[in-house]
Design a protein around this ligand. Structure first.
Ligand code: FPP
Length: 249
């Protein structure tokens, strides 16, 4: 987490600690447009996107938020130009190597969620190493959704539950939400309280379809590389104005 905003920052006085989301999820959109606006190649947008994500992780940690989940690469993103996909895979590996030590020091538990077997083998090894090294860290959980698709996650959970039923380990009428959740990539994480999407698009894009059932959604026109601490402050202020009813009156 070598960031531009390094010193510990306290929770702004207008935010109420007891009303903070426990878990924030972000759809980091707009890296390409950010670069294009500046006449830069798209990959520069992704580089700056990583900086924005590191800063957000630091802010979440400083302000006492317990989990952050970021959409880094979707199952559909393989359809991008080959050089861009290759750049992103290399970037993920490099960021992991560079940041691991600091994540250990800062007590960050990093977890990659998604269909990880399709990723380059070298990256898979880096991911396994980082996840194993930080698995007992408790200050903040940082989930990176990589080769992630919400429908695929639900399908894979169904397959694995069906397998248990077929083996006689589970009865169909025993399948409830708690059991289903245990078969998702995100097993063990609480659901996001707040989902932020940058760059103004009004869609979910196959992200955390099961988990966001009751999440509050905040959409900003800001492009992801410009999503800084002030923007996050605004998102949290908006979140704290919301009345969460979870289907009740
Ligand atoms: C979407 O912008 C962004 C991505 C596909 C990449 C996001 C990745 C990160 C923020 C890095 C996370 C990595 C780690 C390992 C922590 P876009 O390309 O869709 O932008 P556009 O919609 O303007 O084209």
């Amino acid at each position: 987490m070598t960031t531009q905003q390094t010193e510990q920052q306290y929770l702004p006085v207008d935010l109420k600690r007891e009303l903070l989301p426990r878990h924030v999820a972000v759809i980091c959109d707009g890296n390409g447009r950010w670069a294009k606006k500046r006449g830069l190649p798209r990959i520069m947008g992704h580089k700056r996107g990583v900086d924005a994500l590191k800063n957000l992780l630091r802010t979440c940690k400083d302000w006492g938020i317990k989990a952050l989940t970021a959409y880094a690469f979707s199952t559909e993103n393989w359809k991008r130009p080959e050089e861009e996909v290759e750049f992103l895979m290399t970037l993920f590996g490099r960021v992991l190597r560079q940041e691991l030590e600091e994540m250990i020091e800062e007590d960050v538990q990093i977890r990659f969620v998604g269909d990880l077997e399709e990723l380059p083998v070298g990256l898979q090894k880096e991911i396994t190493h980082a996840m194993e090294t930080t698995r007992n860290n408790r200050t903040i959980q940082f989930n990176v959704a990589t080769n992630y698709g919400g429908r695929l996650e639900i399908l894979q959970a169904c397959r694995s539950i069906a397998d248990r039923v077929q083996k006689g380990l589970l009865q169909p009428n025993e399948i409830d939400e708690a059991i289903f959740e245990r078969h998702l990539y995100t097993a063990g994480s609480c659901d996001p309280d707040l989902l932020i999407r940058t760059s103004g698009e009004m869609r979910i894009s196959n992200f955390l379809l099961w988990q966001i059932a009751y999440s509050e959604i905040y959409i900003t026109e800001t492009l992801w590389p410009d999503f800084d601490r002030n923007e996050f402050h605004r998102a949290l202020s908006a979140y704290q104005q919301r009345e969460r009813r979870f289907g009740k009156v």
